[in-house]
Design a protein around this ligand. Structure first.
Ligand SMILES: Nc1nc2c(ncn2[C@@H]2O[C@H](COP(=O)(O)OP(=O)(O)O[C@H]3O[C@H](CO)[C@@H](O)[C@H](O)[C@@H]3O)[C@@H](O)[C@H]2O)c(=O)[nH]1
Ligand SMILES: [Mg+2]
Length: 288
Protein backbone atom coordinates (compact mmCIF):
# COMPACT_ATOMS: atom_id res chain seq x y z
CA UNK A 1 0.00 0.00 0.00
CA UNK A 2 1.36 3.48 -0.82
CA UNK A 3 1.11 6.54 1.35
CA UNK A 4 2.51 9.94 0.34
CA UNK A 5 3.42 10.73 3.95
CA UNK A 6 5.90 7.86 4.32
CA UNK A 7 9.26 7.14 2.65
CA UNK A 8 10.92 3.84 3.45
CA UNK A 9 14.66 4.48 3.62
CA UNK A 10 15.99 1.04 4.49
CA UNK A 11 15.15 -2.37 5.97
CA UNK A 12 17.47 -4.65 7.94
CA UNK A 13 16.74 -8.24 8.83
CA UNK A 14 17.35 -8.73 12.55
CA UNK A 15 16.08 -12.31 12.82
CA UNK A 16 14.40 -14.90 10.66
CA UNK A 17 14.89 -17.76 13.05
CA UNK A 18 11.19 -18.70 13.09
CA UNK A 19 9.21 -15.66 12.01
CA UNK A 20 10.75 -12.42 10.70
CA UNK A 21 11.94 -9.46 12.75
CA UNK A 22 13.08 -6.39 10.78
CA UNK A 23 14.35 -2.94 11.58
CA UNK A 24 12.74 -0.41 9.27
CA UNK A 25 14.17 3.07 8.72
CA UNK A 26 11.65 5.52 7.32
CA UNK A 27 10.73 9.15 7.11
CA UNK A 28 7.30 10.31 8.15
CA UNK A 29 5.81 13.62 7.18
CA UNK A 30 4.40 15.26 10.28
CA UNK A 31 1.14 17.13 10.18
CA UNK A 32 3.08 20.45 10.02
CA UNK A 33 4.69 19.29 6.73
CA UNK A 34 8.19 18.52 8.05
CA UNK A 35 9.82 15.13 7.42
CA UNK A 36 11.09 13.21 10.45
CA UNK A 37 13.40 10.17 10.27
CA UNK A 38 12.30 7.22 12.43
CA UNK A 39 13.35 3.64 13.05
CA UNK A 40 11.02 0.88 14.25
CA UNK A 41 11.32 -2.86 14.80
CA UNK A 42 8.57 -4.80 13.05
CA UNK A 43 7.72 -8.43 13.77
CA UNK A 44 6.06 -10.35 10.94
CA UNK A 45 4.54 -13.70 11.83
CA UNK A 46 1.90 -13.62 9.07
CA UNK A 47 -1.81 -13.14 9.49
CA UNK A 48 -4.18 -15.15 11.64
CA UNK A 49 -7.80 -16.07 12.21
CA UNK A 50 -9.87 -16.66 15.31
CA UNK A 51 -13.41 -17.83 16.04
CA UNK A 52 -16.04 -17.40 18.73
CA UNK A 53 -17.80 -20.78 18.96
CA UNK A 54 -21.18 -20.52 20.68
CA UNK A 55 -24.34 -22.51 21.18
CA UNK A 56 -27.58 -20.58 21.40
CA UNK A 57 -29.77 -23.21 23.04
CA UNK A 58 -27.25 -24.09 25.76
CA UNK A 59 -25.88 -20.53 25.96
CA UNK A 60 -22.35 -21.85 26.07
CA UNK A 61 -19.04 -21.08 24.39
CA UNK A 62 -16.05 -23.23 23.51
CA UNK A 63 -12.65 -21.92 24.58
CA UNK A 64 -9.16 -23.36 24.83
CA UNK A 65 -6.52 -23.29 27.52
CA UNK A 66 -2.86 -23.53 26.60
CA UNK A 67 0.56 -22.44 27.75
CA UNK A 68 1.91 -19.20 26.26
CA UNK A 69 5.53 -18.44 27.06
CA UNK A 70 5.29 -14.68 26.26
CA UNK A 71 2.59 -14.33 28.94
CA UNK A 72 4.63 -16.46 31.35
CA UNK A 73 7.63 -14.15 31.09
CA UNK A 74 5.32 -11.23 31.82
CA UNK A 75 3.86 -11.97 35.24
CA UNK A 76 1.30 -14.65 34.33
CA UNK A 77 1.34 -18.38 34.98
CA UNK A 78 1.25 -18.71 31.18
CA UNK A 79 -1.95 -20.75 30.87
CA UNK A 80 -4.20 -18.51 28.82
CA UNK A 81 -7.86 -19.10 28.09
CA UNK A 82 -8.44 -18.22 24.45
CA UNK A 83 -10.79 -18.56 21.54
CA UNK A 84 -9.55 -21.07 18.96
CA UNK A 85 -7.08 -19.34 16.64
CA UNK A 86 -4.25 -19.99 14.29
CA UNK A 87 -1.95 -18.54 11.72
CA UNK A 88 -3.12 -18.64 8.12
CA UNK A 89 -0.08 -20.35 6.62
CA UNK A 90 -1.14 -19.11 3.16
CA UNK A 91 -4.65 -20.59 3.36
CA UNK A 92 -7.79 -18.42 3.14
CA UNK A 93 -9.02 -17.12 6.50
CA UNK A 94 -12.26 -19.13 6.32
CA UNK A 95 -10.57 -22.35 5.25
CA UNK A 96 -7.96 -21.94 7.97
CA UNK A 97 -10.36 -21.11 10.80
CA UNK A 98 -12.53 -24.14 10.07
CA UNK A 99 -9.47 -26.39 10.17
CA UNK A 100 -8.06 -24.64 13.25
CA UNK A 101 -11.37 -24.92 15.16
CA UNK A 102 -11.43 -28.65 14.47
CA UNK A 103 -7.75 -29.16 15.31
CA UNK A 104 -7.88 -27.24 18.56
CA UNK A 105 -11.42 -27.90 19.85
CA UNK A 106 -12.59 -31.00 17.97
CA UNK A 107 -15.68 -29.21 16.60
CA UNK A 108 -16.36 -29.26 12.84
CA UNK A 109 -18.83 -26.38 12.63
CA UNK A 110 -21.32 -26.20 9.79
CA UNK A 111 -21.11 -22.49 9.12
CA UNK A 112 -18.85 -19.66 10.12
CA UNK A 113 -19.37 -15.94 9.66
CA UNK A 114 -16.66 -13.33 9.24
CA UNK A 115 -17.17 -10.30 11.46
CA UNK A 116 -14.10 -8.09 11.04
CA UNK A 117 -10.31 -7.81 10.82
CA UNK A 118 -8.13 -6.15 13.44
CA UNK A 119 -4.50 -5.31 14.03
CA UNK A 120 -3.89 -6.66 17.50
CA UNK A 121 -0.57 -5.00 18.29
CA UNK A 122 -0.03 -2.42 15.54
CA UNK A 123 2.98 -0.71 17.12
CA UNK A 124 5.19 -3.72 16.58
CA UNK A 125 3.43 -6.69 14.97
CA UNK A 126 2.24 -6.77 11.34
CA UNK A 127 -0.46 -9.38 11.93
CA UNK A 128 -4.02 -8.82 10.77
CA UNK A 129 -6.37 -11.06 12.67
CA UNK A 130 -9.56 -12.21 10.91
CA UNK A 131 -12.45 -12.58 13.36
CA UNK A 132 -15.21 -15.16 12.88
CA UNK A 133 -18.18 -16.45 14.85
CA UNK A 134 -19.87 -19.81 14.38
CA UNK A 135 -22.58 -21.76 16.13
CA UNK A 136 -21.59 -25.28 17.17
CA UNK A 137 -23.90 -28.17 18.00
CA UNK A 138 -22.97 -31.01 20.36
CA UNK A 139 -23.06 -33.43 17.42
CA UNK A 140 -20.46 -31.32 15.54
CA UNK A 141 -17.75 -32.70 17.81
CA UNK A 142 -15.67 -35.07 15.66
CA UNK A 143 -12.65 -35.54 17.94
CA UNK A 144 -11.17 -34.38 21.24
CA UNK A 145 -9.26 -31.44 19.76
CA UNK A 146 -6.09 -30.57 21.65
CA UNK A 147 -3.94 -29.25 18.80
CA UNK A 148 -0.90 -30.82 17.18
CA UNK A 149 1.36 -32.54 19.72
CA UNK A 150 4.25 -32.58 17.21
CA UNK A 151 4.10 -28.76 17.16
CA UNK A 152 4.17 -28.64 20.96
CA UNK A 153 0.46 -27.91 21.36
CA UNK A 154 -1.31 -29.37 24.39
CA UNK A 155 -4.67 -27.63 24.33
CA UNK A 156 -7.42 -28.19 26.88
CA UNK A 157 -10.94 -27.66 25.52
CA UNK A 158 -13.43 -25.84 27.75
CA UNK A 159 -17.18 -25.59 27.31
CA UNK A 160 -18.38 -22.76 29.53
CA UNK A 161 -21.70 -21.08 30.22
CA UNK A 162 -21.54 -17.75 28.42
CA UNK A 163 -22.24 -15.80 31.62
CA UNK A 164 -19.31 -17.58 33.28
CA UNK A 165 -16.98 -16.63 30.41
CA UNK A 166 -18.05 -12.99 30.77
CA UNK A 167 -17.43 -13.13 34.53
CA UNK A 168 -13.96 -14.52 33.78
CA UNK A 169 -13.11 -11.37 31.83
CA UNK A 170 -14.14 -9.26 34.80
CA UNK A 171 -12.08 -11.18 37.34
CA UNK A 172 -9.01 -11.59 35.10
CA UNK A 173 -9.21 -15.32 34.42
CA UNK A 174 -9.57 -14.40 30.73
CA UNK A 175 -6.85 -11.98 29.63
CA UNK A 176 -6.47 -12.63 25.91
CA UNK A 177 -7.43 -9.71 23.67
CA UNK A 178 -9.02 -11.59 20.77
CA UNK A 179 -11.06 -13.67 23.21
CA UNK A 180 -12.38 -10.62 25.04
CA UNK A 181 -13.33 -9.00 21.72
CA UNK A 182 -15.19 -12.13 20.58
CA UNK A 183 -17.04 -12.61 23.86
CA UNK A 184 -18.16 -8.99 23.82
CA UNK A 185 -19.41 -9.48 20.25
CA UNK A 186 -21.33 -12.60 21.27
CA UNK A 187 -23.32 -10.55 23.78
CA UNK A 188 -25.35 -9.27 20.82
CA UNK A 189 -26.18 -12.82 19.71
CA UNK A 190 -26.81 -14.21 23.19
CA UNK A 191 -28.34 -11.50 25.37
CA UNK A 192 -27.27 -12.13 28.94
CA UNK A 193 -29.86 -9.96 30.61
CA UNK A 194 -33.09 -11.83 31.39
CA UNK A 195 -35.24 -12.00 28.29
CA UNK A 196 -38.59 -10.29 28.55
CA UNK A 197 -41.00 -12.80 27.04
CA UNK A 198 -44.66 -12.15 26.40
CA UNK A 199 -46.70 -15.33 26.80
CA UNK A 200 -49.81 -15.88 24.73
CA UNK A 201 -52.25 -18.80 24.82
CA UNK A 202 -54.68 -20.67 27.02
CA UNK A 203 -54.57 -19.67 30.69
CA UNK A 204 -53.29 -22.85 32.39
CA UNK A 205 -50.41 -23.19 29.97
CA UNK A 206 -49.55 -19.51 30.37
CA UNK A 207 -49.29 -19.98 34.12
CA UNK A 208 -46.99 -23.01 34.08
CA UNK A 209 -44.80 -21.53 31.32
CA UNK A 210 -44.50 -18.25 33.21
CA UNK A 211 -43.32 -20.09 36.31
CA UNK A 212 -40.68 -22.01 34.35
CA UNK A 213 -39.43 -18.88 32.59
CA UNK A 214 -39.11 -17.08 35.91
CA UNK A 215 -37.21 -20.02 37.35
CA UNK A 216 -34.76 -19.88 34.45
CA UNK A 217 -34.07 -16.21 35.14
CA UNK A 218 -36.29 -14.66 32.45
CA UNK A 219 -39.03 -12.09 32.91
CA UNK A 220 -42.40 -13.51 31.81
CA UNK A 221 -45.01 -10.96 30.77
CA UNK A 222 -48.75 -11.70 30.62
CA UNK A 223 -51.22 -9.88 28.41
CA UNK A 224 -54.03 -9.50 30.96
CA UNK A 225 -55.67 -6.16 30.41
CA UNK A 226 -58.27 -5.89 33.21
CA UNK A 227 -61.10 -4.12 31.36
CA UNK A 228 -61.50 -6.14 28.20
CA UNK A 229 -65.10 -4.97 27.48
CA UNK A 230 -64.36 -1.30 27.83
CA UNK A 231 -64.65 -0.07 24.25
CA UNK A 232 -62.72 3.13 25.05
CA UNK A 233 -59.57 1.11 25.65
CA UNK A 234 -57.38 0.70 22.63
CA UNK A 235 -56.22 -2.87 23.35
CA UNK A 236 -54.50 -3.08 19.97
CA UNK A 237 -52.24 -0.20 20.96
CA UNK A 238 -51.64 -1.88 24.31
CA UNK A 239 -50.50 -5.04 22.51
CA UNK A 240 -48.27 -3.11 20.13
CA UNK A 241 -46.57 -1.33 23.03
CA UNK A 242 -46.11 -4.54 24.98
CA UNK A 243 -44.51 -6.20 21.98
CA UNK A 244 -42.25 -3.25 21.30
CA UNK A 245 -40.74 -3.71 24.79
CA UNK A 246 -40.53 -7.52 24.82
CA UNK A 247 -37.62 -9.54 23.43
CA UNK A 248 -39.75 -12.46 22.28
CA UNK A 249 -43.22 -13.97 22.26
CA UNK A 250 -44.02 -17.44 23.52
CA UNK A 251 -47.18 -18.98 22.04
CA UNK A 252 -48.28 -21.79 24.30
CA UNK A 253 -50.78 -24.48 23.38
CA UNK A 254 -54.53 -23.97 23.38
CA UNK A 255 -56.88 -22.15 21.02
CA UNK A 256 -57.02 -18.40 21.55
CA UNK A 257 -57.78 -15.82 18.89
CA UNK A 258 -56.20 -13.16 21.09
CA UNK A 259 -52.98 -15.17 21.19
CA UNK A 260 -53.07 -15.71 17.43
CA UNK A 261 -53.42 -11.97 16.94
CA UNK A 262 -50.34 -11.40 19.14
CA UNK A 263 -48.36 -13.93 17.11
CA UNK A 264 -49.29 -12.10 13.90
CA UNK A 265 -48.30 -8.74 15.40
CA UNK A 266 -45.01 -10.14 16.73
CA UNK A 267 -44.16 -11.63 13.35
CA UNK A 268 -44.92 -8.30 11.67
CA UNK A 269 -42.44 -6.67 14.04
CA UNK A 270 -39.81 -9.32 13.26
CA UNK A 271 -39.81 -10.50 16.88
CA UNK A 272 -38.74 -14.06 17.74
CA UNK A 273 -41.83 -16.23 18.27
CA UNK A 274 -41.25 -19.41 20.25
CA UNK A 275 -43.76 -22.23 20.05
CA UNK A 276 -41.78 -24.45 22.36
CA UNK A 277 -40.52 -23.39 25.77
CA UNK A 278 -37.53 -25.73 25.67
CA UNK A 279 -35.82 -23.98 22.77
CA UNK A 280 -35.66 -20.66 24.61
CA UNK A 281 -32.07 -19.81 25.62
CA UNK A 282 -31.32 -20.81 29.18
CA UNK A 283 -34.17 -23.33 29.42
CA UNK A 284 -31.91 -26.34 28.99
CA UNK A 285 -29.59 -27.67 31.64
CA UNK A 286 -25.97 -26.94 30.84
CA UNK A 287 -23.67 -29.96 30.95
CA UNK A 288 -19.90 -29.67 30.58
N1 LIG B 1 9.51 -24.13 17.03
C1 LIG B 1 8.81 -23.02 17.12
N2 LIG B 1 7.46 -23.10 17.00
C2 LIG B 1 6.76 -21.97 17.07
C3 LIG B 1 7.36 -20.71 17.27
N3 LIG B 1 6.37 -19.79 17.32
C4 LIG B 1 5.22 -20.45 17.14
N4 LIG B 1 5.46 -21.76 17.01
C5 LIG B 1 4.46 -22.81 16.82
O1 LIG B 1 3.67 -22.51 15.70
C6 LIG B 1 2.34 -22.99 15.92
C7 LIG B 1 1.34 -21.86 15.71
O2 LIG B 1 0.09 -22.31 16.11
P1 LIG B 1 -1.25 -21.62 15.60
O3 LIG B 1 -2.37 -22.27 16.31
O4 LIG B 1 -1.24 -21.57 14.11
O5 LIG B 1 -1.07 -20.13 16.05
P2 LIG B 1 -1.29 -19.53 17.48
O6 LIG B 1 0.01 -19.50 18.19
O7 LIG B 1 -2.43 -20.15 18.18
O8 LIG B 1 -1.65 -18.07 17.10
C8 LIG B 1 -2.95 -17.56 17.26
O9 LIG B 1 -3.04 -16.86 18.43
C9 LIG B 1 -2.11 -15.80 18.54
C10 LIG B 1 -2.21 -15.16 19.89
O10 LIG B 1 -3.43 -14.54 20.08
C11 LIG B 1 -2.34 -14.81 17.42
O11 LIG B 1 -1.35 -13.83 17.45
C12 LIG B 1 -2.30 -15.54 16.11
O12 LIG B 1 -2.77 -14.70 15.08
C13 LIG B 1 -3.21 -16.66 16.10
O13 LIG B 1 -4.50 -16.18 16.14
C14 LIG B 1 2.28 -23.50 17.33
O14 LIG B 1 2.38 -24.90 17.31
C15 LIG B 1 3.48 -22.87 17.98
O15 LIG B 1 3.96 -23.61 19.04
C16 LIG B 1 8.78 -20.65 17.41
O16 LIG B 1 9.39 -19.60 17.60
N5 LIG B 1 9.44 -21.84 17.32
MG1 LIG C 1 -3.69 -21.71 17.96
Amino acid sequence: MSNRNVRIVGQHLLSDNWYVLKKIDFELQRRDGTWQPQTREVYDRGNGATIGLYNLAKRTVILTRQFRIPAFVNEHDGYLIEAAAGLLDNASPEERIRAEAEEETGYRVKSVRKIYDAFMSPGSVTERLHFFVGEYQPEDRVNDGGGLAEEGEDIEVLELPFTEALAMIEDGRIMDGKTIILLQYLKALMPVAPLMILIAGADDEVQTSAARLLQAGHLPVMENWPAQDDSTVDTERYRQLLLSRCDALLRVAGPSSKADRLVALAEEKGLVVYHNLDVIPGMQAVHF
